[in-house]
Design a protein around this ligand. Structure first.
Ligand code: ATP
Length: 294
């Protein structure tokens, strides 16, 4: 007897033969996978393959043309109050005159034009979220006075303030310097480890995230696939995925990273970091306890 695949209680995001069409064009189809609760996954794929569209579909903001997407046990969109979302263009879209605290409070009040006064409890929750991302004492800074890395932390604190079970981030490492990337990965590692938060992010650069990733959704040939990390870290798969020859290198410490093949270094780089930077990061990440082993 055939038993149709059912959702397990420890699944967070479940795609069943899902497809999306935008502007009359099929973006991807046959999405059929389940991402477990407590996982840290990257959505990877070349430009325009539909990574942001996938998050939009999970939030119920883009309709499916086929199949279903279930998030936290309910149809996409129904559980959005338990999802923290950090969009790619957060810094560009938000009013730069807002203070960091006002921005974070938006995660609770929804709109800065709302007439509801902010309660003491809400301020305390905002303070706690800001402390978690290392913005203590910066409450009154205006976004216009903050660096890109600090604004990114404000965006994450805003997403965290409603205590989500699932945190979704669209290219959180883009435009951050190495130290800011490292700090952000550390925050994500703590959220996952200390609160069991499921995390999903769109990412072009896998290397900084490798210490915390448990799996990846990769958009390839018009289909989204999900695999555990050890299966994703395959040179042939990644070469196909990135459209340029890459190799997976293992350091003497056992850390892995993805790099262009030596004979392809003239191609568009897969990663903007040098191998030395990545190795140093991984070493440091392991010392900081950001790895998955513990
Ligand atoms: N509102 C829209 N209406 C119609 N088509 C759209 C819309 N938004 C995006 N698209 C198209 O959907 C496709 C996937 O876009 P999406 O932004 O999801 O890709 P992506 O993988 O996130 O890209 P990138 O890596 O460049 O951020 C693209 O071809 C894009 O042109």
């Amino acid at each position: 007897m055939t038993i149709h695949s059912t959702q397990r209680s420890d699944d967070c995001i479940v795609f069943r033969d899902a497809a999306v069409t935008r502007g009359g064009r099929l973006i991807w189809q046959h999405g059929d996978f389940a991402i477990p609760q407590g996982s840290v996954t990257a959505i990877v794929g070349t430009n325009g393959t539909g990574k942001t569209t996938m998050m939009m579909a999970e939030l119920g903001l883009v309709p499916l043309s086929h199949g279903s997407v279930t998030v936290l046990g309910k149809p996409a969109g129904a559980m959005n109050r338990q999802i923290g979302y950090v969009p790619q263009s957060y810094a560009a879209d938000i009013d730069a005159n807002l203070t960091a605290e006002q921005s974070v409070l938006l995660g609770l009040t929804g709109t800065r034009f709302g007439i509801r006064p902010v309660t003491k409890t809400q301020r305390q929750e905002a303070a706690q979220a800001m402390r978690f991302v290392g913005l203590e004492g910066k409450e009154r800074y205006r976004l216009s006075e903050m660096s890109g890395g600090m604004r990114q932390r404000v965006a994450i604190a805003q997403a965290l303030v409603c205590r989500p079970r699932l945190l979704m981030l669209d290219e959180p490492l883009a435009n951050l310097d190495l130290a800011s990337q490292h700090a952000l990965v550390h925050v994500l590692a703590r959220l996952n480890r200390e609160y069991g938060m499921t995390i999903q992010m769109v990412a072009h650069d896998l290397n900084m995230l490798l210490p915390i990733l448990t799996g990846a959704v990769y958009l390839l040939d018009g289909h989204p696939h999900y695999s555990a990390m050890n299966e994703v870290l395959d040179s042939d798969l990644l070469t196909h995925l990135y459209g340029t020859r890459v190799q997976v290198v293992t350091t003497p410490q056992g850390d892995m990273f993805v790099t262009p093949s030596p004979d392809q270094t003239g191609d568009a780089p897969v990663d903007t970091h040098t191998a030395a930077e990545v190795v140093a990061f991984h070493h440091h990440g392991a010392e900081a306890g950001a790895g998955r082993e513990d």
